[in-house]
Design a protein around this ligand. Structure first.
Ligand code: GMT
Length: 377
């Protein structure tokens, strides 16, 4: 099939999922056209059947705000028409679903039938989409899509609870490419960071307030107070990085923490981790946790959102009440001080990632949906 994919190109879960999906579809023989404001950051190697179409927004003295949504719509029409797209698959409802629905209607006026699939990811539904300035247009765009998917049961329920959505929403969870994400031998790296055999805690996020990155520093401080030999690696960047750094200095643990910033080879860092911390206040799925699990790292996460659908409490890691720093500290300590428990959970995490969320298991679900909407069955 000829598949158009639109996503945010920057660091963020929905863009990662969209890009990995496009790459997997291309590997399975489809032709994939990415339509986005810049090259999606994980799309470094393009094969012969992967194309990128940049959306160039025009500025004009009259525009206080250049109308990106309209430029994107026109680009979708152009790409669909000239490349014979069978389907347009958009990731994150705002404004991608709106543009795609408009593009489909324009194409229909020209005698072309190009259905729209919208994948709901997270804050498009749980946060920003619920703002009254967006709700009517998000509801309309979902209802007018030809197929709608959500990345977890939790997100599906949230959508029905907060929007007047009338059609079916299919749950297709996020997935993992085990060829890339698996535990690598990174002994030299571990040795350099932990010369005395210290354990390693890792947190990966975009440091938005919802990720509660400062809580990771609080947990680490409590573990260090008991002289536990442990180091903390913080991967990513964003608005809360400065406050996390400040808190680390206040608590006098800065020297035992490495703020690594944005990193592409996350799997190399995860390969030396003993525990992955995700104290998020909201998480529809938790892709970063799945990447950790694939690298045999047990996850200690908040018991909220879609995380219970990923992390099996007491088996592949632990779920803790939201904002309960004591519980996070205690569960992390258990894993760092009990090697047998840690390795049992590490193996179970790998098994869950491979058995339930493997790319080969999930991508065919998208292909089946594309065929259904294309054939209107
Ligand atoms: O908040 C982010 O990390 C970005 C956000 C997005 O929509 O781009 O991520 C959401 O989608 C990811 C991929 O489906 C999920 O794994 C994340 O859990 C979800 N983030 C939130 O719900 C906060």
């Amino acid at each position: 099939m000829n598949i158009g994919i639109t996503c945010y190109p920057v660091y963020g879960g929905s863009g990662v999922v969209a890009t990995e999906l496009g790459k997997a579809l291309a590997q399975r023989g489809h032709t994939v056209h990415f339509i986005s404001s810049s090259l999606p950051f994980r799309l470094s190697h393009m094969g012969g059947n992967v194309y990128f179409h940049e959306v160039n927004v025009q500025s004009y003295p009259l525009f206080d705000y250049p109308p990106y949504t309209l430029t994107l719509t026109s680009k979708m029409v152009d790409v669909a028409k000239h490349n014979g797209l069978d389907v347009m698959h958009v990731h994150y409802a705002i404004p991608h679903a709106t543009s795609a629905v408009m593009a489909r209607d324009i194409l229909a006026g020209q005698g072309l039938d190009v259905p729209v699939i919208t994948t709901l990811h997270g804050t498009d539904i749980t946060l920003i989409g619920q703002d009254p300035s967006f709700t009517p247009v998000v509801t309309h765009s979902i209802n007018k899509s030809d197929g709608v998917t959500a990345v977890s049961e939790y997100l599906r329920t949230e959508t029905y609870d907060h929007f007047d959505v009338t059609g079916d929403i299919e749950v297709i969870p996020n997935f993992i490419d085990m060829e890339r994400f698996h535990r690598l031998d990174k002994e030299h790296f571990k040795q350099a960071l932990c010369p005395n055999g210290e354990k390693v805690i890792v947190h990966v996020s975009n440091f938005r307030p919802v990720k509660n990155a400062t809580q990771v520093v609080e947990v680490f401080h409590r573990l260090r107070q008991d002289d536990l030999p442990v180091r903390l690696l913080l991967v990513g960047d964003g608005p809360d990085r400065a406050s996390a750094e400040r808190r680390a200095r206040e608590l006098d643990v800065y020297d035992d923490i490495r703020f690594l910033g944005k990193q592409d080879p996350v799997e190399e860092i995860l390969s030396i981790a003993d525990v992955f911390l995700m104290p998020s206040g909201s998480e529809t799925f938790g892709l970063a946790a799945l990447e950790a699990m694939a690298c045999e790292v047990p996850v200690v996460a908040s018991d909220i959102g879609g995380l219970p659908e990923l992390v099996v409490d007491g088996e592949t890691g632990f779920l803790c009440p939201l904002n309960d720093i004591d519980a996070f500290t205690e569960r992390t300590r258990q894993l760092l001080t009990n090697d047998e428990l840690q390795s049992t959970m590490a193996a179970a995490a790998l098994e869950r990632a491979r058995g339930t969320f493997h790319v080969d298991q999930i991508v065919p679900q998208y292909e089946a949906l594309y065929e259904r909407v294309r054939d209107r069955v």
